[in-house]
Design a protein around this ligand. Structure first.
Ligand code: DP6
Length: 320
């Protein structure tokens, strides 16, 4: 009754922000992401009838704040009358800082839990279950360029382009380590209830998805860059105008955006995107990855720079 899975975080180019059904965690908008290759979360789930309660260890330390969500994820995968579990998670990047750590953690937990319980579930079903735990986690069940479609009924995800045919790189600039002020679930609900820009955000998303889908299919970097930056800044405008206002950036986040603008002016093919946290993800073509990593590493306030290619879907480690 033990299984280990590994999942990569994914970075949304067209963002998921807002839910149409909180109970079923159904996104109010579709989204498009890239799954990374070199950052990962590994999760082992050990189900045991001797155990009285679930226990979560993150990088070796007991983690109570995340336990309820992880237990709920196990309940939906295995069933509420399940044996209790020891869940051991480790990541090679900072968690809970707007780096999509919940995506890789819930994707890996879902895959490991299904296998530990001897359930033979297909990828679509695993994505649906991961998405129930955290919307963005559904996308980590697929590799490469991934689209999560907005349907009122269920979570539907597919890979829309493989990574070999367009091997972009992502440079992550870490500007702050530590948990974010407001978690995404709560922040989305605040946005929906209070932001004067929320409705137009929802209304314009299909258009942005169309532009991004076409850019990806035609390998049109300029068009993808323009729509991804626009979509990201729109999402943050929704957050800024919410009450209370939610600002996830710090001054180094802004300096990284300026560094990306300068790289663009110098002819490098790169664009930025930022999620619900202060880290900046710069997406670029492979030829430009060294210049982008160097510029961001030399930006005042950047603590660390991590580089990743695009990669894999969540999977079992040593499947039997
Ligand atoms: C800004 O997937 O963390 O990263 O479904 O409430 O767990 P929940 O939200 P979550 O939100 C991700 C928001 C985002 C944009 C994105 O990844 O698409």
């Amino acid at each position: 009754m033990q299984a280990t899975a590994i999942a990569q975080p994914n970075i949304a180019l067209i963002k998921y922000w807002g839910k149409c059904d909180l109970g079923r965690n159904l996104p109010a908008v579709g989204s498009i992401s890239v799954t990374l290759k070199d950052l990962y979360t590994e999760v082992s789930v050990t189900l045991s009838s001797d155990r009285l309660q679930d226990q979560l260890l993150v990088n070796g330390s007991e983690n109570l704040p995340m336990l309820a969500r992880i237990s709920a994820c196990l309940d939906s995968v295995v069933g509420e009358n399940r044996a209790r579990a020891l869940i051991e998670s480790s990541s090679n990047f900072p968690i809970a800082a707007g780096l999509a750590s919940s995506a890789s953690a819930f994707a890996a937990t879902t895959v490991a839990a299904a296998s530990a319980a001897n359930l033979n579930l297909g990828t679509d079903e695993l994505a649906r279950l991961a998405g129930l735990a955290s919307g963005s986690a559904a996308r980590s069940l697929y590799d490469g360029f991934v689209e999560l479609q907005n349907t009122a009924e269920t979570i539907s995800v597919k890979s829309i382009r493989d990574t070999e045919s367009w091997p972009l790189q992502v440079v992550v600039a870490i500007t702050e380590v530590g948990p974010k002020a407001t978690g995404s679930t709560e922040a989305m609900e605040i946005s929906r209830a209070t932001s004067p820009f929320y409705d137009s955000w929802i209304d314009q998303q299909e258009q942005d998805l169309d532009v991004a889908r076409l850019a990806i299919s035609q390998q049109d970097f300029g068009s993808l860059a323009a729509i991804a930056e626009h979509n990201c800044l729109k999402m943050h405008s929704v957050m800024w105008a919410s009450r209370p206002s939610m600002m996830y950036w710090n001054s180094a986040t802004m300096r990284c955006m300026q560094a990306v603008r300068q790289l663009q002016e110098d002819g490098h093919r790169v664009f930025f995107t930022i999620d619900a946290g202060p880290q900046v993800k710069a997406v670029c073509v492979s030829e430009d990855v060294d210049a982008v990593a160097e510029a961001l590493a030399n930006t005042d306030g950047v603590r660390e720079v991590m580089t990743s290619g695009l990669g894999h879907a969540a999977r079992l480690v040593n499947p039997s």
